[in-house]
Design a protein around this ligand. Structure first.
Ligand code: ADP
Ligand code: MG
Length: 592
């Protein structure tokens, strides 16, 4: 027996998709405020959003009959010409308010610019009472109480109050990054969690408000593309990458998205300079012609579909790689700061020598060890600093760049260089490893891929879906030196592998590649493996820590770092050098 479901039940089903947790309700309400042209949006939650979610805006407001329509299913003011490929608003489905109202107690208070008072509408478990006049400012305030009281099953699936609150904070941050021109505040009860005044013209200020000014200092800005697609924003230096992907913010036409293809492209862009478990922090904005992207993919609208996915991926991967490679070697400021904070801590330890007024009075006490130190340095056998004569002698013949002039080597491991603005400490092994690696990659690019035909083709058994995925990209893989053909529905046959790989675990390689193609729609793995082999060889071919270097050798290394792309980090994303500005050094000694 087929029957039509009652409206209330339909709404509860829709709520299951759209409002899976309190943060999702916050997202829908805030998006409505943004769509209403708000300049200020104030959010209050209690109980992680389960007890109360209140969103108050100064947007257009609604009059009484609009309010009645707003809580009806599939009622929207945002699709004036019924064209799903020409969206000017974040909303368009007309589902959020009725869905929330079906599973919670909702109160809407709203006043338009030409009304002399507000109206209030109350709706509980999907049943609305007619709007009544009420006091209220221009704009709209929506109060949601007891979210999911009508769907006890959903209630059981919620995480802890704290976890739900964190999700709310995260979504508000995302929306605030998407719209720097709007002021946002977020409170947990009376506790202020976010206070973000509107920031004019540049998103940089909002990015700093949310991601911290350290992020901006330790990131690079990019802005690339053409008239119909443009990517702009900030990504962190590889050395400032983090242990998880939480600080990756992506926006498509002002809409925060969490899209696997986009995050996959970011991974591709950084593949070469980061270990697999490190993630760059980023705030990236993709602006794309409306008819080239479909956001009507998922009820929560956090995924998008591109008309030309490969082009978008190429733009992101290419832009990140180009900008990373073009960067002058740059050490993270955070790294120097951390070192700096550490030395300060050490100074604060009780009993350590500290330049205080009373210490100054006791200068006599200082003199003994200091004199001792100078005496030692003056000895001809002092081995910590390479005698100046040899170094300084070389400098004029070679122009000194951003990495400065080598002044010495300590512990056979670190090079100290003097720059115009401070000093640099280089990890010689990490730096050299990167240089050798980049050289080998360049060689691979210039001289191409060599192929190694297998005497006996290897058959690899795979899931039929993975066989299809590989088959689909066979041409691309062949171009990289991996010749594969399907061998029945459950296996592939490998005839050729790239010569650079040497002896390799073919089964492992092929199944990793297949899984990656299936997941991301393209293969970074093969390229990575080639790079990885190069990286491993680079590691063996480079100077070890512990080898002493001559002045000319050190300077040559510094000059090559200046010329080589990506030389600011080793192949695993660790820094190859740390910089201390003169100002930092002066602060260390209390001169500032
Ligand atoms: P959608 O946003 O997809 O249109 P919603 O259910 O979220 O669907 O909202 C329904 C309608 O209610 C919107 O189209 C809009 O006209 C109106 N509305 C909702 N929230 C607000 C608000 N904060 N200010 C003004 N109008 C609002
Ligand atoms: Mg909406």
């Amino acid at each position: 027996m087929i029957r039509r479901l009652p409206e209330g039940l339909v709404n509860r089903i829709a709520a299951g998709e759209v409002i899976e947790r309190p943060a999702a309700a916050v997202k829908e309400l805030v998006e409505n405020s943004i769509d209403a042209g708000a300049q200020r949006i104030d959010i209050v939650v209690t109980g992680g959003g389960r007890d109360l979610i209140q969103v108050d805006d100064d947007g257009s407001g609604m009059d009484a009959d609009q309010m009645v329509l707003a809580v009806e299913r599939h009622a929207t003011s945002k699709l004036p010409d019924n064209d799903l490929l020409n969206l000017s608003y974040l909303g368009f489905r007309g589902e959020a308010l009725p869905s929330i109202a079906a599973v919670a107690r909702m109160e809407i208070t709203s006043r338009t610019r030409h009304a002399d008072h507000a109206f209030r509408l109350q709706i509980e478990g999907g049943i609305a009472a007619p709007p009544t006049p009420a006091p209220g400012r221009f704009g709209t305030r929506i109060d949601i109480r007891d979210l999911f009281y009508a769907t006890p099953a959903r209630l059981k699936f919620l995480r802890s109050e704290r976890a739900e609150l964190m999700a709310v904070v995260d979504i508000v941050k995302r929306l605030a990054l998407a719209r720097p021109d709007i002021g946002f505040s977020l409170h947990d009860g009376a506790r202020r969690l976010l206070m973000l005044p509107p920031t004019a013209d540049t998103p940089a200020n909002r990015v700093a408000q949310i991601m911290g000014s350290d992020f901006l200092n330790d990131s690079f800005y990019l802005n690339e593309g053409s008239t119909d697609v443009r990517l702009s924003g900030w990504a962190s230096l590889p050395t400032a990458a983090r242990g998880n992907a939480a600080a990756q913010y992506f926006f498509v036409n002002g809409r925060p998205v969490r899209d696997r293809q986009l995050l996959g492209a970011v991974r591709g862009g950084f593949a070469d300079v980061l270990a697999h478990d490190r993630h760059p922090a980023l705030a990236l904005y993709l602006e794309i012609a409306k008819d080239m992207v479909d956001v009507n993919v998922h009820p929560a609208k956090t995924e998008v579909r591109f008309r030309e996915p490969d082009r978008i991926r190429g733009l992101i991967v290419g832009a990140l790689r180009r900008n990373l490679a073009a960067m002058a070697p740059r050490a993270t400021e955070a790294m120097a700061k951390r070192a700096f904070a550490y030395t300060q801590q050490a100074q604060d330890l009780p009993g350590s020598v500290r330049p205080t007024a009373s210490a100054a009075d006791n200068m006599g006490l200082f003199n003994t060890p200091l004199q001792g130190a100078f005496a030692h340095a003056a000895e001809p056998s002092a081995r910590y600093l390479v005698p100046d004569a040899t170094n300084r002698g070389d400098v004029p013949s070679q122009p000194v760049g951003r990495m400065g002039a080598a002044r010495g080597q300590v512990h056979g491991t670190y090079i100290i260089a003097e720059t115009e603005t401070g000093m640099i400490l280089v990890d010689q092994h990490a730096a050299h490893e990167r240089l050798v690696y980049e050289r080998m990659k360049a060689d691979l690019a210039d001289n191409g891929i060599t192929r190694h035909a297998l005497l006996i083709p290897e058959v690899v058994e795979l899931d039929p879906a993975l066989v299809l995925a590989l088959d689909d990209r066979a041409d691309e893989l062949a171009a990289l030196g991996l010749a594969i053909e399907s061998f029945g529905p459950n296996a592939v046959m490998v005839r050729e592998i790239p010569g650079h790989l040497g002896k390799t675990d073919i089964k492992g390689l092929v199944s990793d590649i297949a899984a990656e193609i299936a997941e991301l729609g393209s293969s970074e793995t093969l390229r990575n493996r080639l790079d990885m082999v190069a990286a491993t060889m680079a590691c063996h071919g480079s100077v070890r820590a512990g080898r002493s270097l001559s002045g000319p050798e050190m300077n040559a290394l510094l000059r090559e770092m200046e010329r080589t792309p990506n030389s600011g980090q080793c192949n695993h994303g660790r820094p190859t050098f740390v910089e201390l500005k003169l100002g930092d050094i002066e602060r260390l000694f209390g001169r500032r």
